[in-house]
Design a protein around this ligand. Structure first.
Ligand SMILES: Cc1cc2nc3c(=O)[nH]c(=O)nc-3n(C[C@H](O)[C@H](O)[C@H](O)COP(=O)(O)OP(=O)(O)OC[C@H]3O[C@@H](n4cnc5c(N)ncnc54)[C@H](O)[C@@H]3O)c2cc1C
Length: 402
């Protein structure tokens, strides 16, 4: 795969600072600039040279995540006293955007670990659970997974059938979760299972479960269109006994907790889409200046330059929605509607921009010699994971009609 022309670190930071001076975007903090710089240097060295090999072989590069842990990127939102970096959502979004500009798979796995598994324990764990799990997750000594989806219940997650039946001080779990990020390699998972009646939003409970617990295994690993270096697999529970101390919060709170976790998680997927869109755009922009047809760079044709103008404008709007949601989340405000809007818009923009990216590369965009096709494949996940675009419209319409 040929190297896309990256704008140098110095130039990029300069451009971002210029944007802020123009008052276009939320002001970037010193921490965000530092994080972006660190992630870019790391990604160019540790991800870029290997990503097509991981993509072809569908390898989940677990050692890379250990290195991300050393950089503090596997516990971005975890307070320092639990071994994390103690940053807020704007810094977290910056890290995902920068990773996803290079490789969406790595951005997706980093996001699932941080904002689903780790964040669920951070938000709803008791002190003992936080002390035990957060330092291991924040340093990537342990990789985290989060299981809500089941084979027959994705968008309709509240209709789940995996059960936990109380037996003294224990719960006995039976059933399966599918499409779980780090379903095989995860050392610990937060799973939401049924403890009450079907149809009752207070009939589900969240548990922390460690790899190696008898009766807890992983199943099929999915062979995917994109995001191929991010592992997606099934979790299986067969008479799996969990002590009640593994419960997060109280019995019956699991679904409500999950919805709150997803409010933050959707900001991660918006960031993922933003990074993919930005990466696809930069690659197409550079290519359009280098590729000549009819003795001119193709960027000189209005048919191409207008595409670039549309792409840049949509990315800017997506960036504003995403950082607005991140900013609100950091201030402790309710982001149910705003995170859904950011996720919906940015995901769709990622798909549109990546599609136009392939078009600008022409036939070369259809080959694996250039990055356009990977952005195109990876982008589609953003409109599906953590709630499809249709489900985001449900969330937004409920919020504006209430
Ligand atoms: C790579 C990947 C990683 C994932 N990681 C995780 C993970 O770590 N943990 C986890 O729990 N899950 C994970 N998921 C699952 C993901 O969240 C679900 O795939 C998603 O929520 C959609 O569910 P579904 O696939 O069952 O589709 P379905 O719910 O069957 O939807 C099919 C179609 O019907 C539409 N639809 C459904 N209901 C409605 C409605 N009411 N109105 C309008 N349209 C509707 C949907 O929008 C979609 O277009 C992952 C999925 C993928 C692909």
């Amino acid at each position: 795969m040929k190297c896309p022309t990256f704008v140098s670190l110095k130039e990029q930071i300069h451009m971002e600072v210029a944007d802020n001076i123009a008052g276009i975007s939320f002001e970037e903090s010193e921490n965000q600039v530092l994080i972006a710089q660190t992630v870019r240097s790391f990604a160019e060295l540790e991800i870029y040279p290997h990503m097509m090999v991981w993509d072809e072989s569908q390898e989940f590069p677990i050692e890379l995540f250990k290195k991300l842990g050393k950089l503090g990127l596997m516990g971005v939102l975890v307070p320092v006293e639990y071994g994390g970096s103690g940053f807020g959502y704007p810094e977290y979004v910056t890290a995902i955007v920068e990773l996803s500009k290079i490789d969406g798979s790595i951005g997706l796995s980093m996001a699932a670990h941080n904002s689903l598994c780790t964040n669920h324990i951070l938000q709803f764990g008791n002190e003992e659970q936080k002390q035990k799990y957060l330092p291991r997750l924040a340093t990537a000594e342990w990789i985290g997974a989060w299981g809500l989806t089941e084979p027959n219940t994705g968008s309709d997650a509240g209709n789940m059938r995996t059960v936990a039946v109380r037996d003294g001080d224990h719960y006995v779990l039976n059933g399966a979760k599918n499409f779980i990020t780090h379903g095989k390699s995860g050392d610990v998972a937060v799973v939401i299972v049924r403890t009450g009646e079907v149809g009752d939003s207070y009939g589900m409970t969240a548990f922390i479960i460690e790899k190696g617990t008898p009766g807890f295994t992983s199943g099929k690993k999915e062979n995917k269109l994109g995001m191929r270096a991010s592992e997606t697999a099934e979790l299986i529970f067969t008479d799996c006994r969990l002590h009640k101390s593994q419960m997060l919060g109280s019995e019956g709170e699991g679904f409500i907790q999950a919805m709150k976790v997803l409010d933050g998680g959707r900001i991660s997927i918006a960031a993922l889409g933003l990074g993919i869109a930005q990466g696809a755009f930069e690659a197409a922009l550079n290519y359009s200046k280098e590729r000549h047809q009819f003795n001119k760079p193709i960027s000189s044709f209005q048919g191409i330059s207008f595409k670039l103008a549309d792409m840049a404008t949509k990315i800017e709007a997506a960036r504003l929605l995403t950082f607005r949601a991140a900013d609100m989340k950091s201030k402790g405000l309710d982001v149910n509607k705003e995170s859904a809007m950011a996720k919906l818009y940015t995901s769709e923009v990622a798909v549109e921009v990546a599609t136009e990216g392939v078009q600008i590369f022409g036939g070369y965009g259809y080959t694996k010699d250039y990055p356009a096709e990977k952005y195109y494949r990876d982008a589609k996940l953003c409109t599906i994971g953590e709630g499809t675009s249709e489900i985001q419209k449900l969330v937004i319409s409920r919020a504006i009609l209430k």
